[in-house]
Design a protein around this ligand. Sequence first.
Ligand code: C5P
Length: 218
Amino acid sequence: MGLLIVIDGPAGAGKSTVARRVAQHFGLPVLDTGAIYRTLALAARERGIAWSDEPGLVALAAGLPIRFEAASETGGPRVLCDGRDVTQAIRTPEISDGSSQVSALPAVRASLLEIQRRLGRDGCVAEGRDLGTVVFPDATHKFFLTASDAVRAARRQAELEGVALADVLRDLNRRDERDRSRAAAPMARAEDAVLVDSSDLDADAVVAAIVRAVTSRL
Ligand code: C5P
């Protein structure tokens, strides 16, 4: 297996930007596991499957026609579902909330385990919530990226158009609380994960810290 670097942490901590740049540094692909939950939520919505319908979601997840394609102009991988580009459609506040609802269901998480492990098996920089603890417990390079509420909300607001800061913060907190308190694979820092608080660090500094930590253990 190639180099596997996992970055977990709450919404808006900067995982995507950092994962992309660390991946670029090491010449690895990025695996955005949140995009898988988001795509499932979108596909369910389009097929009239409720975000609480566990058996319906499991059946959908089993054959989820998701594909990642190398970098778009914005630097992130393009996400395709059924051959359609859903890169933007999965980023709305509504789908953010849906992804957090479907991801709380244990059978849904179980059914998406294999696809995550398959996509990551040749080495990658993977970002998510339970990668160091559940999906890739044997990864040798684990990080847990956090930032203060205010910083996370401001970063997320900059990615969305016309959404008030207070609404962004409320949505982030609701998702984080759900992610942290669910019984199945809650968001957690693995014991052997390095904690990185990016509240007072810019992306360059976080990337440099992670690259240094990985390189020192190669
Ligand atoms: O990372 P992102 O915000 O795109 O993830 C969307 C949602 O998917 C999260 O709020 C979380 O509920 C869920 N998720 C998860 N486990 C992961 C990645 C994402 O439960 N490994």
